[in-house]
Design a protein around this ligand. Structure first.
Ligand SMILES: Cc1cc2nc3c(=O)[nH]c(=O)nc-3n(C[C@H](O)[C@H](O)[C@H](O)COP(=O)(O)OP(=O)(O)OC[C@H]3O[C@@H](n4cnc5c(N)ncnc54)[C@H](O)[C@@H]3O)c2cc1C
Length: 302
């Protein structure tokens, strides 16, 4: 039996064939996923992993698609969404245990409602907890890795593992998950008791600041990592790239490190624009910018 028929039997929610990834990314760009699967139980998830192993199929774990540029050619194999599987959230002591699919915005809100402090920096960062842990998302001098106490993962052989602090490693927009093949299922964050009014005031301040600074058109957030001692957005601006366009993609005139989709941009437009910006920054400052967004898909870089 071919693998797609086997997959139909494994999943209680029918998988989608040729699902446009533009529907699942904040940039609103991306060719089709060969198969888009949304497992409903851990057993279904493990059966998918077994099938992928048997048939040597590529797997891609999608969070909320807010840090991704998916190529126009799409993604071969199976794109996995944990949307229906890891979406719970519970509190104990000063800790929160949350599923990978829980949005950071919900976590920020729920934590604040309990007067717990420490996660305010994440206000306004879109995406899921799983994506945030994988990327070590951060802002305003803090990042999520500092709060993590435990992460539950499932490796591609189907083994669950609870990782404690000592087994995890985070640095600037990097986590040890980026160098292994695992699915993040849930995480435990440790917070501190705070004052509700102060926590809410800080969140509002951050949200207002982000609203003023960030473009409102579709984007994937910061395109480039900040080189050591520098701010990528300032380098892009200093190299005269703000407002540069290729097709429907534009370096935001508002924020140099954002590339926005003006309506009909392709991944190829964005990639060409990225190359142009990198070259201009190199010519101006002699610095090689590195990508923060993840470029995935056929002929992709992952
Ligand atoms: C307007 C805007 C503002 C932003 N501001 C910030 C900011 O201030 N700071 C910041 O750090 N980022 C920012 N980002 C980028 C993005 O929101 C974060 O990187 C976010 O944490 C990505 O989460 P996601 O769920 O969307 O992940 P996705 O984009 O879906 O995936 C990102 C990577 O994580 C992997 N991944 C996702 N979930 C899992 C899982 N459960 N198990 C294993 N791997 C997984 C994916 O395979 C992929 O490689 C911004 C983005 C936008 C659009």
């Amino acid at each position: 039996m071919d693998w797609k028929k086997k997959l139909d039997k494994i999943l209680s929610k029918p998988p989608l064939a040729n699902e446009p990834m533009s529907l699942h990314t904040s940039l609103r760009i991306g060719g089709p996923a060969e198969i888009f699967a949304v497992p409903q139980t851990h057993d279904e998830l493990r059966n998918i992993l077994q099938l992928a192993c048997e048939h040597n199929l590529p797997l891609f774990v999608l969070g909320h698609g807010t840090n991704l540029l998916v190529k126009d050619e799409g993604i071969k194999g199976i794109v996995l969404s944990l949307h229906d599987l890891s979406s719970g959230c519970s509190f104990f002591d000063h800790r929160v245990r949350a599923g990978a699919a829980v949005s950071l915005s919900r976590l920020v809100r729920e934590v604040a409602e309990r007067s717990l402090k420490g996660l305010e920096f994440a206000a306004g960062i879109p995406g899921s907890l799983g994506g945030a842990l994988y990327m070590n998302a951060g802002a305003y001098g803090s990042s999520i890795g500092e709060l993590v106490r435990e992460v539950v993962t499932l490796d591609y052989q189907g083994n669950f593992r609870v990782r404690t602090l000592e087994e995890l490693d985070f640095s600037y927009r990097w986590s040890s998950f980026q160098s292994e093949k695992v699915i993040i299922l849930e995480g435990v964050l440790e917070l501190e008791q705070g004052k509700s009014s102060e926590i809410k005031a800080r969140i509002n301040e951050i949200l207002e600041n982000r609203w003023a600074k960030h473009p409102q058109l579709p984007s994937a957030g910061s395109v480039f990592r900040n080189p050591s001692g520098n701010i990528a957005g300032r380098l892009v601006e200093g190299a005269g790239c703000k407002g540069m366009k290729v097709g429907g993609a534009e370096v935001s005139p508002q924020h140099g490190n954002f590339i926005v989709n003006k309506g009909n941009a392709s991944a190829a437009d964005v990639l060409t624009l990225i190359d142009l910006v990198k070259q201009k920054v190199k010519d101006t400052y002699g610095l090689e910018l590195e990508l923060e967004i993840r470029v995935i898909g056929e002929k992709g870089s992952e």
